[in-house]
Write a protein that binds this ligand. Structure first.
Ligand SMILES: *Cc1c(COP(=O)(O)O)cnc(C)c1O
Length: 474
């Protein structure tokens, strides 16, 4: 039985997968977590090692859905999510292949989807699940989100044309790359509404928050990684990565290195380990915005005044939203303690484990580790990987490779997650290698088709009016 409760209030009625999927954030502002974590024993892992990715996904994710969606329907939804058309470079059904860079040092490619970022891995199935649940009940859902990077295009590619969903995506007028704007603009039309805001990403986020506080818009859904459906859809690729790294030696431990922003990706790795996948260490790689590195090394969760703009922009955060789900476990599932902890962080801008009776080294003791990578490190890692025949990696993957190299001294397989294709970040690739790889046909000259955004005022009211007008016109 897969059931969910909010991190901030366990007295409420547990929810089903379908319910938390459409709700996003819990009404008490907490994040949904499973009441009980399903288990994957070694015999099951053994059996899964003969499966292709869609089958591994179906089994592992199915544990989080339970009987909520009919198994044969689940099979179909997975097929719709991971088609060959959407994952054109997938070889033999393996859409998360490992490639070896050094002895027992691998890169797991998670970016073969339609928008060339790992967010496709979770958003494609999320869109399918939402559409299924909505069409069964005859409801419609309006999704509202803010993006400064990969979330926008991945969410749009995932819900484009789905009949019961409308998506409104806010992005800053200045700050996104032309490539990212072009990717989103090309998806405009029908149920996809791209809104450009004269301001920064923070302004977009503030508008989203303000609109969600308005009772008229209380039922808006979320596509960011606070949505449990995204986390549940990420656990399977850790299983697939593990099975490839150990090559049949099921039970052998593996380290994973994860380029981290909002803590969504690595949280799925933590869940995989808690479920029984023999992951020894989960190593978090941050860029200069090293909130999570500091947290893991010192037990202090400290919010900086603002995020630095870096060359791995999808990790430029001040708050790691999904960390709340881990913190809930650290505080032994006590919602009162969790509320206190998050409240202290919100009010004081920092909070320490020791203030809650926990050792500041707790995360290190639990097998987390971490490191910070800088602009120069990224350049070095891109060069190092290329020189070793590991291909051209993007700057986010380079953050992982940097930290992996520093932490790789125990002689067990180490898997670095590749979270974007280099085509999205060509200026940094050019700086590192002096050239950029030839683009796949699907990305050739994409920047020449700019457009598809509606420019609105930087106020919640202008966006509300636009949503009302667009929805009544449909
Ligand atoms: C979103 C993103 C990340 C960060 O993932 P989180 O789940 O937020 O930790 C890293 N790399 C790329 C390319 C991304 O798009």
């Amino acid at each position: 039985m897969a059931e969910y409760i909010s991190t901030r209030d366990i007295t409420q009625q547990p929810r089903t997968y379908s319910e938390v999927l459409l709700e996003g954030l819990a009404p008490d502002q907490g994040l949904y977590v499973p009441t009980e974590l399903p288990q994957l024993d070694l015999i099951t892992l053994e059996a899964l090692s003969g499966y292709d990715y869609a089958q591994v996904f179906e089994h592992v994710k199915g544990l989080f859905i339970g009987s909520d969606i009919d198994p044969s329907v689940q099979t179909q939804l997975v097929r719709n999510a991971y088609t060959e058309e959407k994952f054109p470079k997938a070889e033999g059904g393996n859409i998360t292949p490992l490639r070896q860079v050094a002895d027992e040092f691998f890169i797991q490619e998670l970016s073969l989807g339609p928008t060339a970022a790992f967010k496709d891995m979770a958003l494609q199935p999320l869109g399918q699940d939402m559409q299924h649940v909505l069409s069964a009940s005859g409801d419609n859902l309006v999704l509202l989100g803010a993006t400064s990077g990969d979330t926008g295009s991945a969410a749009e590619a995932a819900v484009k044309g789905l009949g019961n969903i409308s998506l409104f995506m806010l992005s800053p007028e200045i700050g996104m790359s032309e490539f990212q704007k072009a990717q989103m603009g090309a998806l405009s039309g029908g149920n996809i509404h791209n809104i450009s805001i004269p301001g920064r990403f923070d302004d977009c986020q503030d508008i989203v928050k303000a609109i969600k506080r308005d009772p008229e818009f209380a039922r808006l859904g979320a596509v960011n990684s606070i949505n449990w459906g995204r986390i549940a859809s990420q656990v399977p690729y850790y299983v697939a990565g593990y099975l490839q790294a150990v090559e049949g030696a099921i039970g052998r431990p593996v380290d994973f290195v994860v380029p981290t922003g909002n803590f969504g990706n690595v949280l799925a790795g933590y869940l995989a380990r808690e479920m029984g996948v023999p992951i020894r260490r989960l190593i978090v790689a941050t860029n200069e915005n090293n909130v999570v590195d500091t947290l893991i090394q010192t037990g202090q969760y400290i919010r900086p005044a603002s995020a630095q703009v870096t060359t791995s922009p999808s990790m430029d955060i001040t708050v790691a939203s999904n960390y709340e789900r881990l913190a809930f476990d650290l505080l032994e599932g006590d919602p009162e303690a969790l509320r206190q902890y998050m409240h202290t962080f919100a009010e004081m801008g920092k909070v320490a484990f020791e203030d809650f009776g926990l050792p500041n080294t707790l995360l290190l003791e639990m097998g987390f580790d971490s490191g910070t990578s800088t602009a120069k490190d990224r350049i070095d890692a891109i060069r190092w990987t290329y020189a070793r025949g590991g291909g051209v990696i993007d700057p986010h993957t380079a953050d992982a490779v940097t930290v992996a190299r520093r932490k790789n001294y125990f002689g067990i397989p180490m898997v670095c997650m590749s979270t974007a294709l280099p085509v999205k970040f060509e200026p940094t690739i050019k700086e590192a290698l002096g050239f950029v790889p030839q683009r796949e046909p699907r990305f050739k000259d994409i920047e020449q088709k700019l457009g598809g955004f509606t420019l609105l005022e930087n106020t919640p009211d202008s966006v509300k009016d636009h949503i009302r007008t667009q929805l009544s016109a449909q």
